[in-house]
Design a protein around this ligand. Structure first.
Ligand SMILES: [Cu+2]
Length: 72
């Protein structure tokens, strides 16, 4: 599993956190660790899902992924 933190623009409240959490939960191969206003930390299986698909899911939920930071 790879660990990344998504920096997300457009989130402002608990509703946004729930929307992002739900979008991530629908993806196979993704484990969501923490979602707060402005960022989400997840682990993903690179054999099951691409980072691009994770970004797309967040985008479809109505938010903008500004950066993806990989954990060391
Ligand atoms: Cu909100």
């Amino acid at each position: 599993m790879n660990d990344v933190t998504l920096k997300i623009d457009g989130m402002s409240c608990g509703h946004c956190v729930g929307q992002v959490r739900n979008a991530l939960a629908r993806l196979d191969g993704v484990q969501t660790h923490q979602v707060t206003v402005g960022q989400a930390s997840v682990s993903y299986d690179p054999e099951a899902v691409a980072v691009a698909a994770i970004i797309e899911a967040v985008t479809r939920a109505g938010y903008e992924v500004r950066a993806v930071e990989r954990a060391a």
